[in-house]
Design a protein around this ligand. Structure first.
Ligand code: NAD
Ligand code: UDP
Length: 316
């Protein structure tokens, strides 16, 4: 490990966001330890980093204790797609809660600063729109999404209790829908689903009537926000919303993907999953003011890059 940069642990580092974060950290001079159990992450995501002298990969499950010498921890380990987090919901809660406890214990032991990748799902199906950090949310505690939503909410509680009880240097970032290259082909989230279906000429599966909204942030913008939050002084704990406030309906997204990919696919309707939030848009006032951050990549431009990535991957 080099003495100059930080010694940074990224849990979930072989996943979509984690692999981009590892790359950015290596670029800025950190020594990076990537921890992943390859549940939804892949070796190919981190393949470009594997030979790097400041990069190390540890196959490990965060639900088990870990002791390594680090001074920064980004805790991203957790499947983010509803399809994957609902596949083994008990394990999802365990990853959110036990994983957070293990990483917080590590941070305390090593006096490390720790950032939690929380989520807009802590707001559930919101009655306040757009969602500010002060909104406590409307979450079903016993539904299909609860393993993730309540797991992430409990993880936030643990972070703030570690702050109050042990004066730990914590940062909690509530990530809103983020997309880009390296999403898994079978990830199940809407952007990758629509693009893969469009490029393969398959039916584009729109759940419900498509009037539900989301606000999509391109991965490069998100990584900047995560790095900026980690560098904030100890007084700044968050929670802070990060995402792109440009909101659109899923029907508009489907039509946009078809247009940008030049696909002949047709849109078909499928049942809306239970508890699917009807509206979602981040209020990013705090991120703008405290971090001096705002997203820069418009949806069209981000989708074009993502479509190009999947086109190359699928050879279409
Ligand atoms: P992802 O599924 O691509 O990555 C998650 C990574 O965590 C994978 O590499 C997976 O193998 C790993 N992982 C899962 N369980 C683990 C465990 N028990 N031990 C070790 N590794 C484990 O998802 P992503 O989109 O990169 O999301 C990263 C983080 O950001 C997640 O915590 C997610 O909840 C949060 N987040 C993402 C979004 C988004 O839109 N991408 C939105 C809100 C929150
Ligand atoms: N969705 C869809 N078709 C798909 C996948 C998702 O219409 O093939 C919808 C889903 O019902 C939700 C939105 O797109 O309203 C975003 O879903 P995603 O799974 O990406 O993330 P969420 O924000 O719901 O966690």
């Amino acid at each position: 490990m080099l003495p100059t940069g930080h010694r940074t642990l990224v849990t979930g580092g072989a996943g979509f966001l984690g692999s981009h974060l590892c790359e950015a950290l290596i670029r800025r001079g950190d020594a990076v330890l990537c921890v992943d159990n390859f549940h939804t992450g892949t070796r190919s995501n981190i393949a470009p980093l594997l030979g790097h002298p400041r990069f190390e990969m540890l196959h490990h499950d965060v639900t088990l204790p870990l002791d390594v010498e680090v001074d920064r921890i980004f805790n991203l380990a957790c499947p983010a797609s509803p399809v994957h987090y609902q596949h083994d919901p008990v394990q999802t809660t365990r990853t959110c809660v036990q994983g957070a406890m293990n990483m917080l214990a590590l941070a305390e032991r090593r006096h490390a600063r720790i950032l939690q990748a929380s989520t807009s799902e802590v707001y559930g199906d919101p009655e306040v729109h757009p969602q500010p950090e002060s909104y406590w949310g409307r979450v079903n505690p016993i539904g299909m999404r609860s393993c993730y939503n309540e797991g992430k909410r409990c993880a936030e509680t643990l972070f703030f209790d570690y702050r109050r009880q042990y004066d730990l240097d914590i940062k909690v970032v509530r990530i809103f829908n983020t997309y880009g290259p390296r999403m898994y082909v079978d990830d199940g989230r809407v952007v990758s689903n629509f693009i893969v279906q469009a490029l393969r000429g398959e039916e584009v599966t729109l759940y419900g009537d498509g009037s539900q909204t989301r606000s999509f942030c391109y991965v490069d913008d998100m990584i900047e926000a995560l790095l900026a939050t980690m560098e904030m002084p100890a007084e700044f704990t968050g929670p802070v919303n990060v995402g792109n406030p440009a909101e659109l309906s899923m029907l508009d997204l489907a039509q946009l993907v078809l247009r940008l990919s030049g696909s002949p696919s047709r849109i078909v309707h499928r049942p809306l999953p239970p508890d699917d939030p009807k509206l979602r848009q981040p209020d990013i006032g705090l991120a703008r003011q405290a971090l001096g951050w705002q997203p820069n990549v418009p949806l069209d431009a981000g989708l074009e890059k993502t479509i190009a990535y999947f086109r190359a991957l699928l050879n279409t």
